[in-house]
Write a protein that binds this ligand. Structure first.
Ligand SMILES: [Zn+2]
Length: 212
């Protein structure tokens, strides 16, 4: 805990006083986040850092495997977060962000590693469509390729689940909401974005466009 407590001290003394006026306003006024950002609980995935956003910008939901149960499948925290973000905060964008080297995706490829862990096994059933898609269509690929494909297809599966939520479905038809599927590469910092037309995940920032 020492590192964490020292971090609080540094934040209070040095960082907080330097926050932008927009950040200060966000801290005291009603929140108006730009997006709902659903991603994995993995400690290496840091939404504000990778998007360089401020307090107040992202309404967050970090959950194992960036999984979104279909509407009615469970009545849990993820569904409540979606409902609040849309019905109360009126966010215009929802991002589901998977990531490379995801432990949850590895478990899907090797379920024996969580034998006896009932909650994880049950939770990962919400990614069963992605798992079967990869195992049936790419049975001969190596494990690294399967892991990348599963990470991508899991994002696509969770986007499908997201569309079953009434607040999402209605706003999509009304043109008030956009959905985004991302994969964050831990080892390069790159973000790839799902392109519905091609079915591929393409760089969020095309090569050569990094500056400024
Ligand atoms: Zn993960």
């Amino acid at each position: 805990m020492d590192k964490i407590l020292a971090g609080i001290a540094h934040f209070q003394r040095t960082i907080f006083p330097q926050l932008s006026a927009a950040s200060a306003a966000a801290a005291t006024g009603p929140q108006r986040p730009l997006a709902l950002f659903i991603t994995c609980s993995d400690s290496r995935v840091t939404p504000h850092l990778i998007t360089q956003t401020d307090p107040g910008d992202l309404f967050g939901c970090q959950v194992v495997g960036n999984i979104v149960p279909a509407y009615g499948a469970t009545y849990g925290g993820v569904s409540a977060t979606i409902e609040y973000a849309l019905a109360v905060l009126n966010v215009a964008d929802v991002i589901i962000c998977g990531h490379s080297d995801c432990g949850a995706m590895k478990v899907l490829l090797d379920p024996s590693s969580v034998e006896g862990m009932a909650h994880i096994k049950t939770w990962l059933l919400h990614a069963a469509a992605a798992r079967l898609t990869v195992l049936e269509n790419w049975p001969d690929e190596d494990e690294d390729t399967k892991l990348r494909l599963l990470t991508e297809h899991n994002v696509v599966t969770q986007l499908m689940h997201l569309r079953t939520h009434p607040a999402v479905a209605s706003r999509l038809v009304g043109g008030k909401l956009r959905l985004h599927g991302w994969v964050y590469e831990l080892h390069t910092g790159e973000v790839r974005v799902f392109d519905e037309r091609s079915g591929a995940f393409l760089p969020a920032i095309p090569p050569g466009d990094e500056a400024p």
